[in-house]
Design a protein around this ligand. Structure first.
Ligand code: TXA
Ligand code: MG
Length: 341
């Protein structure tokens, strides 16, 4: 099919949003930038449009989609029993990278919730995402804009690789600033439960709610059944084999120098500058977790573009944002971690 590509800029902003929102209204698919990752959007109230997303992505139909809203006030249209705790979270973190799972109303078709009676809702902060949802006059369901199992797309180039010719419109809005998908928080359980870690961390949520929150996000092996249906599938995998290296920079460098075949290395700027002969992707300074998170998926896909078969990645501390970073890296490595001594 024909895919129209728009490069977002202030001059043509209104035209791009008008054309793209028409496509959504007519049941088409629009890839748009969000602050976390790019999303493949469709009218969340139109089950036929939603089905097209599953086909294009190659996504199992029991893996539900996140519904993106243009304003906080719309929550009552799509979710039942919205508690004061949920309102506190929305007021603190929306628009932004927090997805909240709530009991759905009848407006939301089961086709987009994978048959569940709950719905995952999020209000993105990216200006293009906000403008598109508002102009479409419907909520937009959108999974990350990648073929199932591949690393999520944070730049246009990677959206193009996976989805050009398969969707109606792609809007190029530059690199996503957060770089990791939103935190998914289940508010239908007795105690709030984090199902996927992201930039809104456990301690940030606990501070707002003034109570403890359960963390269900330990990366599980394939046999265990996680609560966010999507978390059970193989994820974020580049084509090359990924190995995580846990240790000091000195230990990592020694380990890498022993290898004689060509390899790729993803790590902090401090680590990468010590390595000359390997193909490296420096993510950012070791203490700048925001920049490291922003560049993770870009780095994984860049290794594929360079056809690197063996990819070694520095393991980071799992505190705060580091937890979300390591969650993605452990999955990308399929739990292949070497603890250096
Ligand atoms: O940052 C993001 O969340 C991006 C952008 C585009 O907004 N979207 C995204 O969507 O990452 P996706 O489809 O790749 O991941 C959605 C995750 C999956 O793990 C899915 O299982 C979970 O959210 N999810 C969706 N609805 C749910 C529900 N009702 N209950 C539990 N988990 C749910
Ligand atoms: Mg995804």
């Amino acid at each position: 099919m024909e895919t129209r590509v728009f490069r977002f800029n202030q001059q043509s902003k209104d035209d791009i949003i008008t054309i793209s929102s028409e496509v959504i209204k007519q049941g088409g698919l629009v890839v748009f930038p969000t602050e976390t990752v790019y999303g493949i959007g469709a009218n969340a109230l139109d089950k036929e449009a939603a089905k097209r997303i599953y086909n294009v992505k190659g996504r199992p139909s029991d893996n539900p989609l996140i519904v993106h809203l243009a304003s906080k006030d719309e929550i009552g249209l799509y979710a039942k029993s919205v508690t004061s705790d949920t309102m506190k979270l929305i007021n603190a973190f929306w628009p932004g990278p927090l997805t909240i799972v709530l009991h759905k109303t009848d407006r939301i078709p089961f086709e987009i919730t994978g048959g569940l009676s709950t719905v995952a809702l999020r209000m993105p902060s990216h200006p293009v995402a906000k403008a598109l949802i508002k102009a479409s006059e419907v909520p937009i369901c959108a999974p990350s804009a990648n073929i199932s199992g591949r690393p999520s797309s944070t730049v246009y180039k990677h959206v193009y690789e996976d989805l050009f010719g398969k969707v109606d419109v792609i809007i190029d809005g530059g690199q996503s600033t957060v770089g990791l998908e939103s935190t998914v928080l289940d508010m239908t359980t007795h105690q709030p439960t984090i199902l996927r870690p992201g930039a809104i961390t456990k301690s940030m949520i606990e501070t707002i709610l003034n109570k403890s929150v359960i963390d269900e996000t330990d990366v599980k092996s394939d046999e265990e059944a996680p609560k966010a249906p999507g978390m059970k599938y193989k994820h974020y995998a580049p084509k090359g084999r990924v190995t995580l290296l846990k240790g000091t920079h000195k230990q990592i460098i020694e380990h890498i120098r022993q290898m004689n075949q060509p390899i790729g290395v993803i790590g902090s700027n401090e680590l990468c500058k010590e390595l000359s002969s390997e193909i490296t992707f420096p993510l950012g300074p070791v203490n700048d977790k925001e920049l490291i998170a922003k560049n993770i998926f870009l780095a994984l896909r860049t290794m594929d573009e360079k056809n690197i078969k063996d990819i070694y990645i520095e393991a980071f501390e799992e505190e705060e944002l580091g937890q979300a970073i390591m969650n993605r890296l452990i999955k990308a490595s399929n739990h292949h971690i070497i603890y250096l001594k």
